[in-house]
Design a protein around this ligand. Sequence first.
Ligand code: ATP
Ligand code: MG
Length: 217
Amino acid sequence: MNSRNDQHNIEKEKLVSNTEERNARHKKAMQRKKEYIDGRIAEATIDKGLLVVLTGNGKGKSSSAFGMLARSVGHGLRCGVVQFIKGQWECGEQMLFADHPLVEFYVMNTGFTWETQDRDKDIEAAVATWKKAAALLSNPEVKVVILDELTYMLTYGYLDKEMVLSALENRPADQHVIVTGRNASKELIELADTVTELNENKHAFYDGVKVQKGIDY
Ligand code: ATP
Ligand code: MG
């Protein structure tokens, strides 16, 4: 009986000392991590308008852009949104932000290019919509601009690549721009400060799930 208790106590002590050792190791590792992160934070001193590109086939590009819009509006920044493809469904972000006093919200008046099936009509709509974007990109009062699904206008050749790149490059120095859409061009990626390529791992659509309010639109 005694030896059983002894054995139990030995095991318990081992456990305590293992935990203490692990906690001490964790503390040391976290101290090193904090030093590294604090150092990197201290090195980051540049303040500038960013060009953020959200591309790739995975879900989350537009919703991430509208997440940044929500943050910006929360901070009282004046914002602009141009949506280059009008979806089939009334999207929640449009309902929330279109009438917001801090947000100018424009939506191209045609649907997906595979729905209109009319190249001339698409180009006309793209050019008219780009004018709204160009005005936002030359207005220093506007601090954040979202160009949602812009990449398709470039891949289909609806908008002149040079014109778009030059407007992005010559925008006010403190203006942030977020561009979304699949297949962002090499030039756009080169010009950008932050690029995230969302990778599709799974999508419910392929299991036959239809678009869901709040999640998809
Ligand atoms: P979200 O607006 O949800 O952030 P997204 O901007 O990354 O998505 P888009 O390519 O613009 O993706 O597609 C818009 C709509 O299509 C959304 O309803 C989204 O859920 C859906 N979608 C996104 N990726 C896929 C996919 N791989 N297959 C089918 N539908 C998709
Ligand atoms: Mg999108």
